[in-house]
Structure formats: C-alpha cells, structure tokens
Design a protein around this ligand. Structure first.
Ligand code: GLA
Length: 504
C-alpha cells in the first residue's frame, strides 16, 4: 500500500514537473496514454479524433486544415521547442505540417511551423522552434498540405518552453565599457515581450535599438494615410504598437534608445511614394513627398517627446543611401521622387523637429570598401556643410577576415577626421561551423575589432551588436553574436571582457 502511495506521489510530482518546467511555465507531452488530453478535431463537423492509448488518429477529413488540434496557453516572447511524430497509411507519401492558429481581438490567423513528407506506414518526426507574438489564444494543430481526405495519426506531441537560465553573475559589458562608450544591442518585438529575457539584456546593455519596429514598414499606417489623402495628399498617419513593448521596457528601466530608422529605401511601403497612397497610381511630386516626409518625421518626434520624453537619445535619420558599386547615391524611390538631395532634406526636417540634444546619424554598411567609402564620404561632406548631422553609423556586419583591420582602421580614420561622432551600429561577425575553434577565432576577431574601436573612443558614442543571441539573429545560421540560444556567453563575450582587464 505504502509503495503504491509512494509511486503515485512520484508520478504526480513528475506530472507537475512536466507542467511547470521552463521559463514560460510549459513543458508538455501528449503521448495519448491517458486519453485525448484536450485534443479535438478542427473541422466543420465531419472529422473526428480517437486514441488507441499511444497515438491520436483523425478520420473523416474533407479539407486540408481539418486536423487534430489543442489549445495551449503560450506566452508571447517565450521560445518553445515543438515536436511530434506523424504517420499515414493511405498515400505513397503526403506532406504534414505543425501549424498554429492564433487570435487577437477575435480575429484568427495562421502560421505553418514545420513540415515533413510522410512515407506510407512510417512514423516520421518533425520539430520547430516557435516564439509567439502578441496574441491572446493559441491552437497548435497538425494539418496536411493538399491531401484533404487523408486520415493520419500523431503521437509524442511535445511543447517545451526554452528556459533562459541566464547566468546572473556575469560581468556586464555596459559596465566594463562605461568609461569609453555605451554598449548596446538591437531588440525585436518578440524579445521585448519577454521580461525575463529583457532583464538579462538590461544587465548587459545600456542602450537598445528596435530591430525593425521603428522602420517605415511598421510606423506608416498605410490604410489610414490613404483615407486622409482623400482630403490632403501630404497627410500621413503613423502608429507605434510594435515599438511600444521595447520603448516601455526601456523607459521603465532607465535604458537609452537609439531610433532606427526614419528614412530607408527598404522596409518602406511602396504606397508612401504614390498618389492617394495607391501603389498602382503615379508617383507624387517632389513637393508632396517632402511634405509627407515632414509630416512623418514631425509626428514621430512629437509622439516620442510626449510619451517617452528623453528616451530616444539618437536617430538614424537615413539608412543605406549610398550605392555599393559607385561613389554616388543608389537609385531608389527616394532619388526618383525627391531627387539627389533627399538625404539632406531628411536631415533638415529631422533637425527641425528633434528635441534639443538628440543626435542625428547617417547609417550604412560596407564602409571599409571602395568605392563605397568615397560615396559615403561625399555624402557626409554635403551633410556636414548643411550643419544637420551629428554622426556616422558603421553597421559592421563583418566576417572573420573581411574587412582587414587595415581597411577598417583607414575607414574609421577617414570618417573620424571629419569631426563626426561615430556609432558602431550593427556589429556581428558571421561564422559557419559550430565548434570551439571557430568560436575562438570569432572571439579573437571581436577583440581585434574592439581594439580598433577603442582607439576612436573619444568619438564613438556606442557600440551596438545587432541582436543578442545567435538563434534570434538575422544571420541565425552564422552564429554571429556574443550569446547562444540559452543566453550562455560565448568565447566572444569573454574576449570582450578580458580586453577591459588588459594592461593599457
Ligand atoms: C541592415 C539594416 C538593419 C537590419 C539588418 C538586417 O543592416 O540597417 O535594420 O535590417 O540589415 O537585419
């Protein structure tokens, strides 16, 4: 009796452990040994699910979305590893997918997370990582691509929240470098929604840049602008929903924000440049475009000053305007509609509305290479002549051996000698293989680049890495950052710490 009670208690504690592990509080396994476990058939009525004690079978399907599904209380911003096995015995092969249906304000939308081609009669596995956005309901389900009537089974459906397990006793990069410059990172909305993750970032970085959320694609409200344009072609509607989680966190926790980016040829709605905000209609005139730009920048500055006074210490006014292969501006909607002085006009407008003391930057990549360096230099000279620019942002998406230190140092000298402030705005170092020796090379490379930056610390206001953990980097397969997916420091992190302990 006692033994059975102990076994029961052990089972209960194991179950509890499964249900509560992980930073998001979720570690879940459906092996169907205990019944349907909350799974149901998603269909208009025809399909049904049943279990044989080890797998869940769906039959009676008539559409590819008819599926076994289950509601999960997922937390926005937490990363989940999801896996399951599938088997079908009706077709030579069929594609099955793990998908998610999420709802916000009662509106449901969908994402496909993983796909596997299942050969007849064989159990096949599929897995994925999923970081939910800001939705209020999540259903995970397994559907088919085509094959609307196929019956199939699933088993071992697991959902595990990635624990952060961040080390709390690490040295802090921003503290170590505080005599020289701010230490910053880019953060996307997903990350900003996860407070535990953000608390770790805040222990390392004292300035943050929204990775996407202040770009025109996110800020310009096209449908509302279209409505306003019926009365006034120069009207612009803006919104800040995507940037708010990061801005709120930074405001609450005393972290500075660098705004990125007011003007760019990419991630900008095509409609911005067209009559009636309709991409099918002709371009607007230069005058209308400049008036739209004025309204756009004015409203951003006013909104930030009202809601987040003093938070945004600097802005990238224009991003990547210079051509890669010739010392001139790249052709873009901006050069077509406004003309070759669009960068100058953007700085003039930004200066007009930016709160006193806000630093205005021009930001670009491939700075150490010709003919781009000459093109950037020419542009900076014309901006300096007009007196509205404070600094230049070196993006610094680099590799292990490119650019050479000589190329980098020559570029730093060329730009620094103009008397501008500098920002290393998007530092990352791409490597391919995942092994210790590559990580050591990456660490050495971070240290050598940092030595170059330290030589210009009088002019550099901040060094920002473009992201924090490799798994959430834009170059996720190239492991370019200082922390791994578990927030564990990589050799590159330690190399940057050690540099501060070296004798001068
Ligand atoms: C450029 C942009 C950034 C970002 C990166 C890639 O460097 O300036 O905003 O989009 O590309 O993520």
């Amino acid at each position: 009796m006692m033994k059975r009670l102990l076994t029961l208690l052990l089972c209960l504690s194991l179950l509890l452990c499964l249900a509560t592990q992980g930073e998001g509080g979720l570690a879940y396994l459906s092996d169907f040994s205990g019944g349907l476990d909350g799974w149901y058939a998603r269909s208009a009525g025809g399909a049904s699910v049943e279990t044989d004690g080890s797998a869940l079978l769906i039959t009676g399907r008539s559409a590819s979305w008819n599926s076994p599904g289950r509601d999960f209380a997922l937390e926005p911003g937490v990363t989940y590893d999801i896996s399951c096995q599938v088997m079908q015995a009706e077709a030579d092969s069929a594609d099955l997918m793990i998908s998610v249906a999420h709802s916000k304000g009662g509106v449901e939308s969908y994402e496909n997370l993983a796909t596997v081609t299942a050969k007849k009669g064989r159990w096949m596995g599929m897995k994925c990582a999923y970081t939910p956005g800001q939705y209020d309901k999540f259903v995970l389900y397994v559907e088919t691509k085509g094959a609307p009537e196929l019956s199939f089974s699933i088993r071992n459906f697991t959902v595990t929240a990635r624990g952060l397990n961040a080390q709390s006793d690490l040295p802090s990069l921003s503290a170590l470098y505080s005599d020289f410059f701010d230490f910053g990172c880019a953060v996307t909305q997903m990350e900003a929604l996860n407070t535990a993750r953000m608390d770790f970032y805040a222990s390392q970085y004292n300035i943050m840049t929204p990775g996407n959320e202040l770009k025109p694609d996110f800020v310009l409200n096209v449908s509302e602008s279209r409505r306003l344009a019926k009365q006034d072609e120069s009207a612009v509607a803006v919104r800040f929903d995507s940037a708010k989680p990061l801005l709120n966190y930074c405001q609450k926790n005393g972290i500075k924000v660098h705004g990125h980016t007011l003007v760019w040829h990419q991630q900008t709605p095509e409609a911005f440049f067209h009559e009636g905000y309709d991409a099918q209609k002709p371009y607007v005139t230069r005058e209308v475009m400049l008036a739209r730009l004025d309204n756009y920048i004015r409203q951003i500055m006013e909104y930030m000053d009202k809601n987040y006074p003093g938070l945004i210490v600097s802005w990238d006014v224009v991003n990547e305007a210079v051509d890669d292969n010739a010392a001139k501006l790249r052709a873009s909607n901006w050069t077509k509609v406004v003309g070759e002085d669009f960068v100058n006009r953007a700085f003039e407008i930004a200066r007009k509305y930016a709160p006193e003391g806000t630093l205005l930057f021009y930001n670009d990549y491939s700075t150490p290479y010709q003919p781009k360096l000459t093109g950037i230099s020419k542009l900076l000279d014309s901006l300096i002549a007009e007196g509205n620019i404070d600094g230049y942002g070196f993006q610094a998406h680099y590799q292990l051996s490119s650019p050479t230190l000589a190329q980098l140092s020559a570029a730093l000298e060329t730009i620094a000698s103009k008397g501008l402030l500098l920002r290393i705005s998007e530092l990352d170092i791409a490597v391919s293989a995942l092994n210790d020796s590559v990580y050591d090379l990456q660490a050495n490379r971070y240290a050598s680049l940092m030595r170059e930056f330290l030589a210009y610390s009088d002019q550099i206001v901040a060094v920002h890495t473009w992201g924090v953990t490799d798994d959430l980097s834009w170059l996720t397969n190239k492991n370019p950052l200082l922390f791994d997916k578990n927030l564990a420091p990589k050799p590159a992190f330690w190399a940057l710490c050690e540099l501060m302990q070296e004798e001068p």
